[in-house]
Structures are given as C-alpha cells and as structure tokens.
Design a protein. Structure first.
Length: 474
C-alpha cells in the first residue's frame, strides 16, 4: 500500500500597519538596530500595552477572505517561554479564543479541487531578531519586536509538497490582494513552519510529528517537506520512529537539522494577558470590513476570463499577484488586444523578471509604455523580432519604445518596391538556393528570407519578403 504524507502549516505574516501592535513605534523594515523601539516594545517595567485597532481589523479581513468565522468575543494571552530575542520573556498572543476560527483554501488535486481547512487565525506580536556574527557572538535587534502578526494555522490536510506549495502561493496572493501584508519573505514578513509525519498504510504506524521552523521561501518549504518525508520513511523501514521535535532547514546542506524537543501547549503556561481588556467584535464592524474587501484573486480570475476572453491558464497566471494583474489591466486599458498583451507579459516579461529575480513593480517601464510597444508591432511599424529587441532595451535602459525605435532607426520597411530590390539582389547572389527550392528543399526558402532580412538589418516586413520571394522563384 505504501506511505501517506500528512502536512500541516503554520504561517506567520507581518501586518502592514504603520505602528506596532501595542505601541506607537514604526513598523518600517530596516533602520539602524534598536532605533524603532520604546519602553513598551522593549518590555520595560511600568510600560503598558495598548492594542492597535488596525491590527485587529487586518486580522478580520484575512479571516473573511479565507472563509473563517469571526469571533464575537476574543482576548489576548501571555505565551511564556525564554528566547534571547523575546525581550519580555513572554509573547502576547492568543490561545483559547482566537480572532478567527475555521476557513479554507482550495488547491488543485489530481482530479479536482481539494479544500485545505484552516484551524484558526490569530493576532500576536513579533519577536526581535538575533544576528549571529562570524566570531561566534550574537547581537540583538529589537526593531521587529512588537510588529503585529497574524498566525494562520492549517489542518493537516495536505499530502504532498506540491499541495503545500499551492496552499502557500494562494495564501500569499490573498494577503497581498487585501493589502494586509506585503509578504516579502526576504524581509521576514512572511514565514512558514511545517508540521509533517508519515503513515505506513499497511501497519497504520505513524511517525511522530516533526516541526520545521522559520522557512523563508516556498522553495525551502518544498525541499524541507520532501527531505523530511524521505527521512521519516527511511526510519519506518528500519523499524524505528522519529522523536517529537523542532528542526530547522539548512539551505547549504539541503537537509533538516534537529534544534530541540517539541513543546506542548502546557509548556508555554498560557494565561490571559492582564494588561489588555477582552475584546468584543460587533457584527456591524465585521460587515463594514466585509463590504470594503477588494476583489479577491479567484473573482478577478473569473472576471478576466469573461471580460477579456482569455484562457483559464492565462487568467490564473495573470491574477497570481495583485501587481501583475494591475499591470495587465493597465496595459489592455489602452485598447490593446487582451490576448496579445497576455502572451507578451506571460512570455518575455515574466521570463525576464524570473531571470533577474525582479518583481513587476520594479520594472523600469510602465504598462502604458508596454501598450505603446504593442501598438508599434500591431500597426506594422516594427516587426515582432524588432519588438523583442526594443523590449530588452526597455528593461535595461527604461526608455520609451517610441524613443528607442526613433534613435536606432528600427521602423519596419513596408515599401514593396524597396523590398523587391533587396529580394532581387539576394536571388541574383544565390542561384543554388533557388534550384534547391525548385528541387523540393523547402529550407532554401527560409535561407533566402533570412538573407533579405539580414540585408535590411531586420527591418523588412517578413510577410512581404516571403510573398515576393515565393512569387519570383516559382
């Protein structure tokens, strides 16, 4: 029968509020170490936390977007544990009364959609950051301490690394669409913990759950799941079992490494946070937040299919991120054929962005300038081949396509008499190729077309070149 993988995820996402969850310090990433701090986020004696209403609102927005039930009454709790970057010796979080319960995210399974259920979404504060130096010392930066987080906990409903990857991608997309988090994993604003174990289907033996902490990329999450699954299976085959522990992923060694035995909830000695009153969430406030939710990825995808008459695959790719969807819509708003724009964005542009590890909002040209380029190609002023060259220059120099075409003299030659002169010259120079074509060697035609394009420096209209050569060598 084989083995079954069981995966649950815990995702921590920093919220894009202007100030921290319990004080007025800024949440902006970076800055000199320990400059975005105050007595409250440093946990100094006598300081008192005041809950940021916007953090609660963002938590509710996330819950509504993931089909969760919003609590009518909720509270904050102290989660007690020691860690160097947890300055107070405890974290203010939520335990038995989370802000949101239930919900789900759908992923594609082998034959149909699969619903990955959520256990809960709760709000809490982030910790500081430990900076380990090469000489073995550790420095502590508390700029991040007190930045508001939502923790999204899934049920163990995933059975492969691919399902986990889809889940994470859809979760990230929704959080960006509703603008509660920038989800910049490289800055630590989206982090993922994986809980995984394996079931031997023949004996129904289960391995103990391993938790892999603080994965900062989806690629690392996939690799960690694949590695850990193989490790658990290998132990089962030897008649052994895993221990209930926390592990970390080592990117250099491509393996998980044991950190510590796993704590149970009782180890954290949760109790209600005495300095923050319990919360009552009114149904009117929830309805107001729901009414103002933006269009979500799946709704936008369905609209793109209907409104722009593009295939499902195109719509899925174009709506995967809010910024990409906006770029596409801004492009077609200039009376551009939606499918032409889709092809160009999904092909040349996304390929270039991937190669340069760049986000679309960081490109050096706008959607309007891409629309100008498409119009130049569509009107026949430049060829598709020249269009690709112009696009490369737009990426590298950030220049307007009209400016590039003018500077480099790239306007397509559509004058039939001018092209005919070049065709005649090429045919006079290549009688062998004419004979080859007449003897059934079709590649000879491509060679002749290529010679004319070379003579015109790529500016001759390829359609006219083909037509004229075909007419003259029949």
């Amino acid at each position: 029968m084989g083995y079954k993988t069981i995966i649950g995820l815990e995702i921590h996402s920093e919220l894009s509020t202007d100030s921290k969850i319990f004080c007025g310090c800024i949440t902006k990433y970076g800055g000199d170490p320990n400059t975005h701090c105050c007595p409250t986020c440093l946990g100094l004696p006598g300081s008192l936390p005041v809950l940021n209403k916007k953090a609660v609102e963002y938590g509710i927005k996330a819950g509504l977007s993931f089909n969760s039930k919003i609590a009518k009454d909720t509270k904050m709790d102290r989660k007690n544990y020691y860690y160097p970057d947890l300055v107070k010796g405890y974290q203010i979080s939520q335990y038995d009364k989370p802000l949101c319960e239930g919900g789900y995210i759908e992923v594609d399974s082998e034959n149909d959609k699969k619903k990955i259920n959520l256990t809960r979404i709760h709000i809490e504060e982030d910790t500081g950051k430990s900076i380990h130096s090469k000489d073995g010392g550790t420095l502590l930066d508390y700029n991040r301490a007190g930045v508001p987080l939502i923790e999204i906990v899934s049920e163990p409903d995933m059975n492969s690394a691919e399902e986990a990857k889809q889940f994470l991608e859809k979760l990230k997309s929704v959080l960006q669409y509703i603008e509660v988090s920038d989800c910049k994993m490289e800055e630590g604003s989206l982090r993922c913990d994986v809980n995984i174990n394996i079931v031997d289907k023949d004996s129904n033996t289960r391995t103990n759950i391993s938790e892999i902490k603080n994965l900062n990329s989806f690629k690392a999450a996939v690799k960690a799941i694949e590695f850990e699954g193989k490790r658990h299976i290998a132990l089962l085959k030897e008649g052994k079992n895993t221990i209930h522990e926390t592990r970390r992923w080592d990117d250099l060694k491509n393996e998980t490494i044991s950190m510590r035995s796993k704590e149970d909830a009782s180890d954290y000695r949760y109790f209600p946070e005495p300095d923050i009153v319990d919360l009552e969430i009114s149904s009117e406030w929830v309805e107001e937040i729901k009414k103002n939710l933006p269009e979500l990825p799946e709704d936008k995808m369905n609209r793109f299919i209907k409104e722009y008459d593009i295939p499902l695959y195109d719509a899925e790719v174009l709506t995967a991120s809010k910024s990409l969807a906006k770029f596409y819509e801004d492009t077609v708003a200039s009376s551009i054929d939606p499918k032409i724009a889709s092809n160009l964005i999904m092909g040349d542009i996304l390929r270039r962005l991937k190669d340069e590890d760049m986000e679309i909002e960081n490109m050096r040209f706008s959607a309007l300038e891409l629309a100008e380029l498409i119009k130049l190609i569509d009107s026949g002023k430049i060829s598709n081949k020249v269009g690709k060259k112009v696009l490369r220059e737009m990426f590298e120099e950030g220049k307007n396509p009209q400016e590039i075409v003018k500077e480099k003299g790239l306007i397509q030659i559509n004058d039939e008499s001018e092209i005919e002169k070049m065709v005649d010259s090429v045919l006079d120079d290549n009688p062998e190729s004419i004979e080859d074509f007449k003897n059934g060697k079709d590649r000879a035609l491509g060679f002749l077309v290529g010679q004319v394009m070379k003579k015109s420096r790529g500016k001759a209209n390829p359609g006219l070149v083909n037509k004229l050569i075909s007419q003259k060598i029949k």
